[in-house]
Design a protein around this ligand. Structure first.
Ligand code: TYM
Length: 333
């Protein structure tokens, strides 16, 4: 069985973008892969997180992932900070990756914005830690949203350079799994911007814990254009907001843009938005209810994460120890 690794930052309640672009695909691959799911708190602190909030968000993220269907018995769910191997391998990768490669990362440019000089050094080397997350397990498949594509290419470049420099075949090539019609869910206020936990406007996103009325209101207010829906996907080409809502509908019904448009061709947004809001409520409310139930038993969540961390460390430690031996660190064992 191929080993899968993926991660999510505990930097707030996950959005519909996280769910459709990533988490839902995590659940789908669990049937025929050996999976490692990581709550990446080391990545989260690359931008400021109040400590008490980070703790709470880490627990909430565990609860949401379990509520979405992550199976901690057959697979591994854990916190990145609980397994030291990630930071250890990341340091080696900091010395393998080239500054020129990092300078090309569009996410750093987006996140650092105009005040680049004031961004943390951690934000800059963020992709090296992400490469370490995956390679510490010799994982070969990584389900993510489209925004992570460039980071995964870098993870492959790092592995190749490591293998080449040390003349080994140690780190395997990884294959991104970027799946479905919602691999890039856009903001509800601006169809050219990604839906994001960190957007200042809450109206721009659906949060996985939004209640029924909030979901309906956000969808009703979502930016659209005055035209009815076309009958073919080509008709969505210059209509980013319309394309986004159709993509969300398609992902939630496990179909594609063409199927949704065949059903809804000619419909105005009043009708389509109301169908979409109903569908979202139907799919998301059970997750919110289950998340609340799981958060009631904090001790059980901690037990799950602890067991996950122990099992994750058992896989990662020998791989990272071997990487250290290859690099030439003298072993005292
Ligand atoms: P994060 O926490 O930003 O997002 C988690 C996952 O959600 C996907 N995603 C989206 N997909 C579609 N549309 C959107 N609007 C949208 N927003 C987010 C992301 O692509 C991601 O799959 N760097 C990663 C976390 C990470 C990781 C890893 C992932 C750390 N180490 C190793 C894979 C493997 C991130 O920022 O995720």
């Amino acid at each position: 069985m191929q080993r899968v690794f993926s991660g999510i930052q505990p930097s707030g309640i996950p959005t519909l973008g996280n769910y459709l672009g990533a988490i839902r695909n995590w659940i789908k691959v669990q049937d025929d892969h050996d999976c490692i799911w990581c709550i990446v708190d080391l990545h989260a602190i690359t931008v400021w997180q109040p400590p008490a909030a980070l703790q709470q968000q880490s627990l909430e993220m565990a609860a949401v992932l379990l509520a979405c269907g992550v199976d901690p018995a057959r697979h591994i769910l854990f916190l990145q900070s609980a397994v030291r191997a990630h930071a250890q391998l990341a340091w080696i990768f900091n010395c393998v990756a080239r500054i020129g490669w990092l300078n090309r990362m569009t996410q750093f440019k987006d996140k650092a914005g105009k005040d680049r000089e004031n961004a943390s050094a951690g934000l800059y080397v963020y992709p090296n830690l992400m490469a370490a997350d995956i390679h510490a397990y010799h994982a070969t498949r990584v389900p993510v949203g489209d925004d992570q594509r460039q980071h995964l290419e870098l993870a492959n470049d790092i592995a190749q350079k490591f293998n080449h420099d040390y003349d080994v075949e140690f780190f395997p090539n990884i294959e991104p799994l970027i799946l479905g019609p919602a691999a890039r869910v856009m903001s509800l206020r601006d169809g050219t911007k990604k839906m994001s936990k960190s957007d200042p406007s809450d109206q721009s996103r659906i949060n996985l814990n939004d209640d029924k009325d909030t979901i309906a209101l956000k969808i009703r207010r979502a930016k659209t254009d005055p035209l009815p829906l076309p009958s073919e996907p080509d008709g969505l080409a210059d209509r980013p907001e319309a394309r986004n809502l159709v993509g969300i509908y398609a992902a939630l019904t496990d179909t594609d843009h063409a199927t949704v448009l065949r059903e809804h061709a000619g419909a105005g947004f009043g009708t389509f938005k109301s169908a979409l809001a109903d569908l979202l409520v139907e799919k998301l409310s059970p997750i919110a209810t289950e998340t609340t139930r799981l958060l009631d038993d904090r001790a059980e969540l901690i037990r799950t994460l602890k067991s996950g961390a122990e099992r994750a460390a058992a896989v990662a430690e020998p791989i990272v120890a071997e990487a250290e031996r290859i690099v030439g660190f003298l072993s005292m064992r």
